[in-house]
Design a protein around this ligand. Structure first.
Ligand code: NAP
Length: 248
């Protein structure tokens, strides 16, 4: 029996990158998966097709997680479709580095609205449906430990996620709901290709500084999330697992 058999998992921002990798892994471990996306319907359908092609079960559901109305509809659709909800992975997020002098309201709002407000709205809407043994996993970042320059806003969003993870582990623990974070190091994704990190000096610096001598792949993070989603992690809450090949 696969370790996530019988569970239903929502992964936000699962049309690409880390979220797509998490969706594929949770499905291969037996979960039925809701593949959330905001604009990339074709990519989300491809992830669902890959899961179904491997014998799994998934459905793509569009929702901008910055909107309470859309998030409420997303959670209701998930519950209506699969009859329950056990695992929520708050993965949707963006990263835009800038010097402090170049801070703008737009840079702040784009990153805080998606990375922080989005996670809060999804968690708030999902909690009433999560039963005993529910698991919430927040995708944070190792930036909260290595504090790269020019990342004040982005690192601020992930620092908030680290704090929210701890608070909610205490608030929801008495209801049997576990809340943990995974803090990835640099990962090769659609996003890190699109913003030019791949092939940059930042990538080379990461490889030099990482004890395991490479940057991460989405599968490196997906396996950590699968563990946190499973009953094997039933005694684990309020933790932050740094998935960075030893870089810290
Ligand atoms: P990515 O490849 O750019 O993918 C981002 C995903 O988020 C896409 O599926 C996108 O869907 C979705 N998304 C964007 N806006 C959304 C919205 N308003 N509502 C719902 N979904 C939305 O990103 P990634 O590199 O995999 O990063 C994923 C997460 O990991 C982020 O939280 C990021 O901060 C964190 N992280 C990444 C790295 C890294 O090196 N890659 C390291 C540490 C932490 P659409 O295309 O449909 O909009």
């Amino acid at each position: 029996m696969s370790k996530l058999n019988g569970k239903v998992a929502l992964v936000t921002g699962a049309s690409k990158g880390i979220g797509a990798g998490i969706a594929r892994r949770l499905a291969s471990d037996g979960a039925k998966v809701i593949v959330n996306y905001a604009s990339s319907a074709h990519e989300a359908d491809r992830v669902v097709g890959e899961i179904e092609g491997a014998g799994g079960t998934a459905v793509a559901v569009r929702a901008d997680v910055r909107s309470k109305t859309e998030v409420d509809a997303l959670i209701q659709t998930a519950v209506d479709h699969f009859g329950r909800l056990d695992v929520v992975v708050n993965n949707a997020g963006i990263y835009q580095f800038a010097k402090i002098e170049d801070t703008t309201e737009d840079l702040y709002r784009q990153q805080f609205d998606l990375n922080v407000l989005g996670s809060l709205l999804v968690t708030a809407a999902a909690v009433p449906f999560l039963g005993e043994a529910g698991s919430i996993i927040n995708v944070s970042s190792f930036v909260t430990r290595i504090l790269p320059t020019q990342s004040a806003i982005y690192s601020g969003t992930k620092g908030a996620i680290d704090a929210i993870t701890g608070v909610l582990s205490r608030e929801l623990g008495p209801r049997g709901i576990r809340v943990n974070a995974v803090n990835p190091g640099l990962i090769e994704t659609d996003g890190t290709h699109a913003n030019g990190v791949m092939g940059s000096e930042f990538q080379a610096w990461n490889e030099q500084q990482t004890p395991l001598g490479r940057i991460g792949q989405v599968t490196d993070i997906a396996s950590i999330v699968s563990f946190l989603a499973s009953d094997d992690a039933g005694w684990v809450t309020g933790e932050h697992i740094i998935g960075s090949g030893g870089m810290r």
